[in-house]
Every structure is written in C-alpha cells, then in structure tokens.
Design a protein around this ligand. Structure first.
Ligand code: PXL
Length: 273
C-alpha cells in the first residue's frame, strides 16, 4: 500500500485502555470525546462492555472483551503509533489487568494516567474487590499520574474513611508514596461543604483545587472526563499540575453543560477547549 505523498501531520496522540459504557456518559466514549475536545488524536483499546439494565435499577451488565482481542488491539496501536500519553480506565478483571500490564511493560510510555476504576456509580463496592489487588500490584507501579475518586482513594491509601480535606490530603500523600506518581485525589460531591475539592500532590507540589459544587449529585462520566483531560493535556506537553488544573476547569464546564438523562444520573458533556 502506497501512502499519499503529501505532508502528514503528527498531532498529540493519546490512547485510552477502557470499557465501553453504551449510553456514552462514561468509559471509552467519554475518553474519546474528551481527547477530541482537547484537540488530541485519540485511540481506544476496549477492555469490556458495560450495558446498564433499566429493568433492574440500572445495574451494570458487564461483559469482558477476550484477552487475546485486548492484546491484539494494543499490538496494532503500539505498532502504528507511540502515544504521547496513555489513560487506563476500567479494566474489570484480574486477567484483563495482567494482559494490559504485559503490553505496557513492553512499551516505553512517557505519561501513563491511571483512573483506578474500582466501582462505578450505583455499583456495590464488593463487586470490585477482586480486581483491587491486581490493579495495585500490576498497574499502579507503572502509573505516572493517578486519579482516584473518593472510594478508590480509600482503597488505595488503606484509610478507614475520607471525610475532610485533610483526610483527602493524607490519602493523596500515601498514594504518592506507594506509587511514585502524581496524584489527583477527587473529593467531588462526597465531601461535605459547598465546594467540589480535589487534591493534587506529586511529592513536591501540594495544591487544593476547588470549584463550587454544581448540585449535590454525582454526574456520570465526570471522573473519566477528568482523567482523560489530564491525559490529553499531558499529551500536549503540559506539566502534571497544569494538566490537573485545566482538566478540573474542563470538567466543571462539562458538568454545567450536562446532558439530562432518564437514567438516575445525568451525563457530563465534553465542550471544546
Ligand atoms: O465512571 C466509571 C466507568 C468507567 N468505565 C466504564 C463504566 C463506568 C461507569 O459506569 O461503565 C466502562
């Protein structure tokens, strides 16, 4: 196959290794839309397919993608491109985690953003505890940036609870010590008070990022979009703290512009940045 002999461009390139959330609020769909909104060329390696069940209180129906198919996608992607940044979203099973860890070990990646999806909105915490240890052991050590939400910050830091900004700071510090990664720990609507507070800590810089809460309800895809925006900004050359700040602004705007859904949670909308 001959290529057209005109100058091809090399934009910033990002890959998300994530699950499909069919209604488009979260998961790979949110990631790809976010990459586009940040003017980054995006790729998706699909790890699983989640279909909410409206007949059963919108519970998650979860189907993993065959591990060989996951390895094939990553093989094609790393052969075609060297992404400037990679995001890891929902992996879902210990077998998937092993497959992804093996593929990443062979790629030299400057930015690996881990959104440690242990549970989604409305899911029972217990459902995910078997993936917890595999994620900690095999993926966390590879990450350069981690974006735990409230529940995941408790799981990764080993704390009993996170109820205040001080607790969130302490958790972010523990997760940094364990991983060596920059940490953006998200309080979101889970901490009491008028503001949605996230804590950034990378071993040198500690910053409290704050924006007025938009209602008291979590919006589907906010966490995915935040981590994908961090990934896109890192792909374009931002420093970790710059990426965290501009991602927080992007998500706050996306929550204001949220899409009204008949599901129990509205969906974040990715606006061009
Ligand atoms: O919001 C976390 C999330 C990530 N990835 C997939 C999901 C969800 C939540 O529903 O379905 C595929």
């Amino acid at each position: 196959m001959a290529k057209i002999q005109e100058s091809a461009t090399r934009p910033a390139i990002a890959l998300t290794i994530a699950g499909s959330e069919a209604t488009g609020g979260a998961g790979a769909q949110a990631d790809l839309k976010t990459f586009q909104a940040h003017d980054v060329f995006g790729m998706v390696a699909l790890t699983c397919i989640v279909s909410f069940d409206p007949k059963n209180e919108w519970a998650h129906r979860f189907v993993p993608v065959d591990t060989e198919v996951i390895a094939d996608q990553l093989e094609a992607q790393f052969a075609a491109y060297t992404p400037d940044a990679v995001k890891i979203g929902m992996l879902g099973t210990p077998t998937t985690i092993e497959t992804v860890a093996n593929a990443l070990a062979g790629a030299s990646l400057p930015n690996l953003v881990l959104d440690p999806v242990l549970i989604c909105k409305g899911q029972e915490p217990g459902a995910a505890l078997d993936t917890d240890n595999a994620l900690k052991a095999q993926i966390l050590p590879l990450a350069t940036f981690v974006t735990p939400n409230h529940f995941e910050a408790i799981a990764l830091s080993g704390r009993d609870s996170i109820e205040s900004v001080d607790d969130l700071v302490a958790a972010a510090k523990v997760i940094h010590e364990k991983s060596g990664a920059a940490v953006l720990a998200k309080g979101g609507v889970r901490l009491a008070g008028p503001d949605a507070i996230d804590v950034f800590y990378d071993g040198a810089t500690l910053e409290i990022l704050s924006a007025p809460k938009v209602g008291e309800h979590a919006v589907s895809g906010a966490g995915c979009t935040l981590a994908a925006a961090v990934t896109a900004e890192l792909a374009k050359g931002a420093t970790p703290i710059q990426a965290a700040k501009s991602a927080k602004e992007a998500v706050t705007a996306g929550i204001h512009a949220r899409v009204s859904s008949a599901a129990p949670f509205d969906a974040v909308r990715q606006l061009n940045r």
